[in-house]
Design a protein around this ligand. Structure first.
Ligand code: AR6
Length: 181
C-alpha cells in the first residue's frame, strides 16, 4: 500500500527492517538503549558493536522520545532509537506516548537532513499494544508530520508479520484521497 502526500511517499511493506536501504531505520528499543529482543535484537546483531558503543554514550531514552546513532554495518546510515509504551489497557497515556515515538523520530530525522525513514510496528511485539489501534496512531502521526513539514521524501512501515502488515495497510488505505477521475 502506498499513498502520495505532496511530493512525499508513505507506504507499507513486509520485510526485515535491518535490510532497508533508507537513510534511517527506527528501532523499537527500551529505556536503557542497551539492546533487547525483537527488532532491537535484530538491529544490534545486523549492525554490529558500533551501535551498542554509540548507545552507551546516550544515557538511555525516555518513553516517547528518540535518539540517533550510526547504523554500523547495515545499509541504512542511521538508527533512530525510540522507546514505545508498554500497553497497560490504554488509560495510562499509552496513545500519546506511542504518537510521540513517531513524531520525535521524524523530528530527529529532519534535524539530521534525513530524506527516507523506515519504521517497525513500535510497541506491537512484547510491549503488547493492540495492533489495529497502534497502526492507526502510527499512520495518523506520520501522515500529519509529512503534511505539515517538508524535507522527508519517503516514510515506510516495514512490517515483519502478516497481522501488522494488514493493519498498517488498512490504516494507510483510510488516508488515501478518493480519486475524482
Ligand atoms: N524487522 C521488522 N520488524 C520486526 C523485526 C525485523 N527484523 N523483528 C521483529 N519485528 P518488538 P516492542 C517486529 O517486540 O513491542 C525489545 O526487547 C515484531 O514482529 O521488537 O516495541 C526491546 O529492547 C513486532 O511487530 O518491540 C524492548 O524491551 C514489532 O517489530 C521491547 O522489545 C515490534 O516488536 C520493545 O517492545
Amino acid at each position: 500500500m502506498r499513498i502520495d502526500i505532496g511530493p512525499a511517499i508513505m507506504e507499507t511493506c513486509r520485510g526485515d527492517i535491518t535490510k532497508e536501504t533508507v537513510d534511517a531505520i527506527v528501532n523499537a528499543a527500551n529505556e536503557t538503549l542497551l539492546g533487547g529482543g525483537g527488532v532491537d535484537g535484530a538491529i544490534h546483531r545486523a549492525g554490529g558493536p558500533a551501535i551498542l558503543e554509540a548507545c552507551r554514550k546516550l544515557g538511555g531514552c525516555a518513553t516517547g522520545d528518540a535518539k540517533i546513532t550510526t547504523a554500523g554495518n547495515m545499509p541504512a546510515k542511521y538508527v533512530i532509537h525510540t522507546v514505545g509504551p508498554v500497553y497497560h489497557g490504554g488509560s495510562r497515556g499509552e496513545a500519546d506516548q506511542l504518537a510521540s515515538c513517531y513524531r520525535r523520530s521524524l523530528e530527529v530525522a529532519a534535524d539530521h537532513g534525513i530524506k527516507s525513514i523506515a519504521f517497525p510496528a513500535i510497541s506491537c511485539g512484547v510491549y503488547g499494544y493492540p495492533i489495529p489501534e497502534a497502526a492507526r496512531i502510527a499512520v495518523d502521526t506520520v501522515h500529519a508530520f509529512l503534511t505539515e513539514h517538508g524535507g522527508l521524501d519517503r516514510a515506510r512501515f516495514v512490517l515483519f508479520g502478516e497481522g501488522t502488515f494488514t493493519a498498517f495497510s488498512k490504516a494507510l488505505q483510510a488516508k488515501a484521497q478518493p480519486r475524482t477521475s
